[in-house]
Design a protein around this ligand. Sequence first.
Ligand code: MN
Ligand code: MN
Length: 470
Amino acid sequence: MDDQKEKTLAQKKREELFFSPKNGYDRLAAGEEEKIQAYCEGYKTFLDAGKIERECVDYAIAKAQAAGFRPLVRGEKLQPGDKVYRNNRGKSLLLAVIGREGLDQGAVIGAAHIDSPRLDLKQNPLYEDKELAYCKTHYYGGIKKYQWTTIPLALHGVVVRRDGSTVAVRIGEDPGDPQFTVGDLLPHLAGDQAKKTMGSIVSAEQLNLFVGSRPFNSEEGSERVKLGILALLQEKYGMVEEDFLSAELMAVPAAKAVDIGLDRSVIGAYGQDDRVCAYACLQAILELTEAPRRTAVCVLADKEETGSLGVTGMQSAAFDIFMSDLCQAQGVPLKACYEASLCLSADVTAAYDPNFAEAYEVRNSAFFNYGVSISKYTGARGKSGASDASAELVGLVRRVFADNGVIWQLAELGKTDQGGGGTVACYMANRNIDTIDAGVPVLSMHAPFETTAKLDCYMTYKGMKALYTC
Ligand code: MN
Ligand code: MN
């Protein structure tokens, strides 16, 4: 009897004291599973519509305009509830909903990126070798190069022709479209290749995109296959070879977003890093029907995968100028706004992979179906490069999430000294904005086909919405 009592007491204490998170599916509110499914259908549409940053911006602007957003005019007066955006050169987008409180009380910022690892065509790409035509590529972002061989690829981007006109390219997405591929050596002849290390199994200069093999319809002259390809490009896009010099063309996986698993609990698609968080932030701000307490800002940034540099990256003054234009409309100094602001750097993290358990530290890993994953810090080798969010900030976000039924977890990316990663968080924090990382755990991150759990995708959106309205 006494034994029984003591066990009960221990049980009670255990429940009271231990942190023992449960699978998100055991914690969902009634009716929430339907909301997850509906949300993820929209997310998959977004993934297929916008495979590169330019297409994401186009998609987001169309949705924003439909939701009542208009381009911000410098110098205009802004009222609570006004919805404005600025298109930064077609590659990044800034949106805001003006709050009831002034910008001296700060803004709530969700910052995600819409660029993903891929194979960019070089500026002088097209060549013929042994009567096969290829395009040279220069990979963009951190990839395992061998993963980009022997899969169907599509070609996206723009060509600026000599007369200054721009033509959009999107080949390999519509039914019946031709697609492209990068080859690999057959295993029968891979004796030497098998001895190489991962980075050189397929070298960067072997990532050549196959584009054709039929000679131009004439028996004379050299490079007839290349000529045939150029003739097709001229016919379709009115371009000549020199126009490649002023083009941005990128090979991306041609596969569409799909449900994965018999239970359809997971989404498989290219470029979920970080379009999964970009969609979450975008949806959250588009759904703000009335003025939030503090001004809500959504940033869809470019160039995160190469260090956030350049005019469309998060380090660009484009963000500061947008914010200062908002502040000017209220006569608030930008610095006052920044120091009172809060930024959620919405980017993905690594989900625990039981097949590669040795790369993770299980007590501090993110798991599928445990919700949006907060990272106090990122970085590598002793937190180098990290924007370490304060305990106070973690406490605030944790409270907002808990109060709003957001299922969340806290994790870091892999075990210490295994590697690491970064986000835009440090560039926001350097602006004197309190910033914390949070996002969706991903399996096979940076592979041509990444997977995420639907519950986590939805909870990231729900979390962002809770912050916008807190
Ligand atoms: Mn990312
Ligand atoms: Mn990434």
